[in-house]
Ligand binder design. Structure first.
Ligand SMILES: [Fe+2]
Length: 337
């Protein structure tokens, strides 16, 4: 190598290093994990790209992205729930990403044209065996059965988790059946909806309700907790994978996408691809007791292991966007608030 070429390659190498260390990525996240530091730190370690994280509630971030418009520094938006991702998508904030790596890693039914799912959670049924029989609570549909009058607890019907479930039910059972279902649920309430999913699980354990719906990670969190009061809750309840004989248990996701005005597009794609890597999948999913979206990645989570395998709904998660507004109208009419 001549001196000139050597110097040129040193400059090239130095220049490259300089660019990489100077590179930054701005992530707006509505999700916070115990494992965030490792998740983000590992990306910086691998790529030299520094991550600036802004964490806030979903609506605040969306508002901010819209107000910032074309000048937004945000590259990536991370959030939970398919209906929220659909809502963000409807606002036109995402820019589609074409990535062979992401297509290879994330199953088609967990991808939407403008965003990707990185973890999955199931909407499960939790019941108190002293109050209802197992065979009464094997499906979502059964929760509307008059036999369960005064037994059912759920969080608000307008919460995205329930709207996404409603959107899936419309797809599988039709709008009319879903409206009848919502009316049946309301007629069966043990109490007016209040609190989050964990509150419903606690109410089942306390005997205030015979049966409730909750996301799997809330249940898993209680199962993995070493607090005595959480263990007492777990001892009182049983969990069901709903709809195993029909369309499968409703699945929801956490996801992320690149933003329309992302100033660091290359880094953004790298980050989206990184999130599908083995290690990132473990951090991302296990930090919240969820399942990795990439099927080959297995997490070592005692509660999830104990809950075991189940038949999940295979409805493409992006399609929930079609019926989520209808689910809201149906729930409103049925008084499921
Ligand atoms: Fe949640």
């Amino acid at each position: 190598m001549s001196k000139k070429v050597l110097i040129a390659s040193i400059i090239a190498a130095f220049g490259l290093t300089g660019t990489v260390t100077a590179a930054e990525l701005n992530v707006y996240s509505a999700r916070h994990y115990q494992t965030d530091e490792e998740l983000y730190g590992n990306f910086t370690k691998q790529t030299g790209i520094k991550i600036n994280r802004i964490e806030a509630k979903e609506d605040e971030l969306l508002e901010r992205i819209r107000n910032e418009g074309a000048n937004s520094p945000a590259d990536i938006f991370v959030t939970v729930d398919a209906s929220r991702l659909a809502k963000a998508d409807e606002l036109g904030i995402f820019r589609p990403v074409k990535s062979a790596a992401l297509e290879a890693r994330i199953p088609a039914h967990l991808r939407a044209p403008n965003w990707f799912s990185y973890s999955t959670r199931a909407r499960v049924i939790v019941y108190n065996p002293d109050m209802v029989k197992a065979e009464q609570v094997q499906t979502y549909e059964q929760l509307a059965d008059p036999a369960l009058k005064g037994q059912v607890c759920t969080r608000s019907g307008s919460h995205p988790y329930n709207l996404s479930l409603g959107a899936a039910m419309i797809k599988h059972n039709g709008a009319e059946a879903t409206e009848n279902w919502a009316r049946g649920i309301v007629a069966n309430f043990a109490r007016a909806p209040k609190g989050g999913d964990t509150d419903q699980i606690r109410a089942v354990a306390a005997g205030e309700c015979g049966v409730a719906i909750a996301n799997s990670y809330y249940l898993a969190r209680l199962m993995n907790s070493d607090k005595r009061e959480d263990q007492a809750v777990v001892a009182k309840i049983k969990a069901v994978w709903p709809n195993q004989a029909t369309w499968g248990t409703h699945i929801n996701v956490s996801g992320a996408g690149m933003l329309e005005h992302a100033p660091n597009k290359e880094a953004a794609v790298k980050f989206l691809e990184y999130l599908a890597s083995d290690q990132a999948q473990e951090y991302f999913a296990n930090g919240n007791n969820e399942w990795p979206a990439v099927p080959s990645v297995k997490v070592d989570n005692p509660a999830l292991k104990k809950l075991g395998e189940f038949k999940a709904d295979t409805l493409p998660i992006g399609e929930l966007a079609d019926t989520v507004a209808e689910a809201q109208r149906i729930f409103d009419r049925a008084g499921y608030r």
